[in-house]
Design a binder for this molecule. Structure first.
Ligand code: F3S
Length: 90
């Protein structure tokens, strides 16, 4: 699955969520996360992020590896699906 990482925090552009064909993005307070159960590894969200926050799980930079579990945990906690553009936080 793809993973949303640090650059998204307090930015949350949401450009990624509107292109996702399987509605895998979830709205958290300061960022979006990807539900690894929903993600089909299609790659369309990656070039949409203006701050390059999204990585394939096996290519997440070392300092952001903890975001893999964070995306999974937050997605499993019942956050709402997001498919629309919101005003960014930054
Ligand atoms: Fe975050 Fe980039 Fe999406 S900043 S909300 S991962 S477009």
């Amino acid at each position: 699955a793809y993973v949303v990482t640090e650059p998204c925090v307090n930015c949350r552009y949401t450009d990624c969520a509107i292109v996702c064909p399987v509605e895998a993005f979830r709205l958290a307070e300061t960022m979006l996360v990807i539900d690894p159960e929903a993600c089909i590894d299609c790659d369309v969200c990656v070039p949409e992020c203006p701050v390059e926050a999204i990585y394939p799980e096996d290519q997440v930079p070392e300092e952001w590896r903890h975001y893999i579990q964070l995306n999974a945990d937050k997605a499993a906690s019942g956050l709402p699906v997001i498919t629309e553009k919101l005003d960014p936080l930054c």
